[in-house]
Design a protein around this ligand. Structure first.
Ligand code: SAM
Length: 221
């Protein structure tokens, strides 16, 4: 069995009882960053061997893990935070396991996009997740236009290094809409801000952007 296991997005107490139980029971844990996940494992006295499975070795690892799975071993897949495969490695391993007849199951839990949506107070009846804002300005602007075309509530991940650029582009492309920014969800400095893009741009120009960001826009459906 391949278990896809969600882990916390900040607060270590957001591990589910099933996640702990499964990670304690499996033969192997495929982790994005074994050092990072080592902290979580130590906290919960999880002793299964960790092997790395990240973007650049995922295909090779998938083949290796398939061998272990075929020998009857159980494997859990985790990422650094939240749900594997959601702007994180995992999709290719899961697909490969499925295509090779390996049983798959999921241990659901934290996901920043869904946590941000709940916290946003924006409509939740129709939403889209567009992953990270593209790094290149042209592609970023196109993605923002695409968000408006899709409609409903649109969710983006963003890094503190690029949030100012994204806010500027949102202001430019969409004519300064009201947006919601959620930051550091489940952590000490968790924050939810709602204002025009230009106001939030001024705010983060004065206060250095720090931590992890989710940007949410709401369009008529
Ligand atoms: N797999 C993860 C999930 O399920 O949410 C996402 C991993 S992705 C590499 C990391 C991005 O998720 C961050 O740059 C940020 O946009 C968002 N994120 C993760 N943790 C967060 C948190 N505690 N608060 C706000 N955003 C977070």
């Amino acid at each position: 069995m391949l278990y896809i296991v969600s882990t916390p997005i900040g607060n270590l107490k957001d591990m589910t009882l099933r996640a702990i139980e499964v990670l304690k029971s499996v033969d192997l844990i495929a982790a994005e960053d074994t050092r990072h996940s080592g902290i979580l494992c130590k906290e919960y006295e999880i002793t299964a061997p960790l092997i790395s499975c990240f973007e650049h070795n995922e295909d090779a690892r998938a083949k290796q893990l398939l061998e272990s799975l075929r020998l009857g071993k159980s494997v859990a897949l985790i990422s650094d935070a939240g749900t594997p495969g959601i702007s994180d490695p995992g999709f290719r391993l899961v697909r490969f396991a499925k295509d090779n007849g390996i049983p798959i199951t999921v241990i659901p839990g934290a996901c920043a996009a869904i946590a941000a949506l709940s916290l946003s107070a924006l409509p939740t009846d129709r939403f889209s997740f567009l992953g990270f804002m593209p790094v290149k300005p042209g592609a970023r602007k196109k993605k923002i236009e695409e968000a408006a075309r899709i409609g409903g509530t649109v969710i983006f991940y963003e890094s503190p290094h690029r949030i100012l650029k994204s806010l500027k582009d949102i202001e430019e492309v969409l004519g300064d809409p009201v947006i919601v920014i959620t930051r550091e969800i489940t952590k000490k400095f968790e924050e939810r801000l709602e204002d025009k893009a230009s106001v939030l741009l001024a705010h983060f120009t004065q206060h250095e952007p720090k931590g992890e960001f989710v940007v949410l826009l709401s369009f008529p459906s």
